[in-house]
Design a binder for this molecule. Structure first.
Ligand SMILES: NC(=O)c1ccc[n+]([C@@H]2O[C@H](COP(=O)([O-])OP(=O)(O)OC[C@H]3O[C@@H](n4cnc5c(N)ncnc54)[C@H](O)[C@@H]3O)[C@@H](O)[C@H]2O)c1
Length: 430
């Protein structure tokens, strides 16, 4: 029996130890799903805080409750470690480490390289390695494969290497790791066969593609599609503002067309670890091939300029009250990058706060999910949302439309409102 057949058989009988490298927003939900499917799971993270918390049943990821984590811990099928050498025990290893941008907006694949080095030290015949981190086409074959084959082991024969992009949407109540179809691509046909067998018990639908490059590009197409369409919605917001037309009315009416239109909405700009970052991975790769990705660049430009547009709207609104931005107080509602989550990464609220402060405003914020944060050496703490805090502000600005905000209270007491999400109109009379 080949090592591939052996792994497929092990997967069928759930006699597999799954290693997960990186236990964040992506790695932890995947670990929980694999353990629920009956696999034993060993999570490895460089953060002692994360590992300690998880082993005590304390989840740092909102989509995984402490109860869910404790249920898995009780089965004895999940544990976490900071000891990378223990991954030698694993039959399969999924890599879920960050892929940020460098200061110059180039891909930073150093976490992927570090995780691959960890795997390289423990690689043995009969292991499957799966990269989950979003990255540019070619990463799995050009960066990971040579490092792993430097051990003398051969891909498709001794070990199996694949790419399978994670599609988790934090805060999504309907689609989670298990019921979101999962794309998989292998370096060889046996790599693909093995990864399908391994993930099949934990994921409802697998979508095999022919190469790792195709799988890498699927994820970038999905996120570029969002960035470009949000860019178009943001441009419509600017167009409508200049024409004196309500952009939300236009979008809602257009969305009644039952075919050929997909609704995207404008807002304060992009945030999170995916949409503002991933398209740059593709743009960078294509620059190296002498091709300029124009849609990506234009959408990036439009979306990045939205905080400036909205700060100008605050200036206009204050002007109506006979006030200047300098010396005014602005209460920001919601600083997380999207509603009902606690993630601040790349949040446009941070740009908005910086721009308002640069213009001399005094800024406070309320966010039920973000009690405090630090930015540019300043420490900020969420103020309570009360009639008094709302009345005290010269301008209230809705940046993130969390469902639990008391919009009636804001409507009743705010002296002036700038609503980047149309949240007040949407919740009127709710
Ligand atoms: N967050 C999302 O919504 C989302 C959705 C789809 C895809 N992704 C992609 O998934 C990947 C992971 O994102 P995330 O949001 O889970 O990141 P995260 O920051 O939440 O988690 C990453 C974890 O990896 C750990 N880590 C870093 N380097 C490590 C190493 N060398 N060895 C072991 N552990 C290491 C960190 O300590 C952290 O706990 C990224 O490529 C991201 O683009 C994220």
């Amino acid at each position: 029996m080949s090592l591939a057949d052996d792994l497929v058989k092990k997967a069928e009988s759930r006699d597999v130890l799954f290693g997960i490298i990186g236990l964040g927003y992506v790695g932890l939900p995947l670990a929980v799903e694999l353990a629920k499917a009956g696999y034993r799971v060993l999570g490895f993270d460089v953060s002692e805080r994360v590992v300690e918390g998880l082993n005590k049943g304390v989840s740092h990821v909102k989509d995984i409750s402490d109860t869910q984590l404790r249920d898995i811990l009780k089965t004895g099928r999940f544990s976490a470690t900071t000891d990378g050498s223990r991954l030698r025990e694993a039959d399969a290893i999924s890599i879920c480490v960050p892929t940020p941008l460098s200061k110059f907006k180039d891909p930073d694949v150093s976490y992927i390289v570090a995780a691959t080095e960890t795997v390289k030290k423990v690689l043995r015949p009969g292991q499957a390695i799966i990269l989950e981190s979003t990255t540019y086409p070619g990463t799995t074959r050009e960066i990971m494969l040579p490092l792993l084959e430097a051990t003398g082991l051969k891909v498709g024969v001794d070990f199996f290497l694949s790419f399978s992009p994670e599609r988790v949407d934090p805060g999504n109540a309907v689609y989670q790791t298990k019921n979101t179809p999962k794309v998989v691509g292998g370096i060889t046909a046996d790599c693909l066969r093995v990864v399908c067998a391994l993930y099949q018990p934990a994921i409802d639908t697998l979508v095999p593609v022919s190469t790792t490059e195709a799988a890498e590009l699927v994820k970038l197409l999905e996120n570029t599609f969002r960035s470009v369409n949000i860019g178009l919605a943001n441009e419509m917001a600017i167009v409508c503002d200049k024409l004196g037309v309500d952009v939300w009315e236009v979008i809602d009416a257009a969305a009644t067309k039952p075919f050929g239109f997909m609704k995207f909405t404008p807002g304060p700009g992009l945030g999170g670890h995916c949409i503002p970052i991933d398209p740059h991975y593709l743009a960078w790769k294509m620059r190296g091939l002498n091709y300029k990705t124009r849609f990506i660049d234009l959408a990036g430009e439009l979306n990045t300029e939205m905080p400036v547009f909205w700060v100008r709207k605050v200036g206009d609104a204050l002007n109506q009250l006979g006030k200047a931005v300098r010396g005014s107080t602005v209460l920001i509602l919601g600083v997380a990058y999207k509603k009902d989550i606690e993630d601040l990464r790349e949040s446009p609220a941070l740009d908005i706060i910086r721009l308002l402060e640069q213009q001399g405003a005094t800024v406070s914020y309320h966010d039920p999910y973000v009690p405090s944060f630090k930015e540019d050496g300043h420490a900020y703490a969420s103020v309570p949302l009360t009639a008094d805090t709302v009345k005290a502000a010269d301008c209230v600005m809705v940046v993130t439309d969390h469902s639990s905000l008391d919009y009636d209270l804001i409507r009743t007491h705010a002296r002036c409102i700038v609503d980047t999400r149309n949240a007040l109109a949407r919740t009127q009379g709710r």
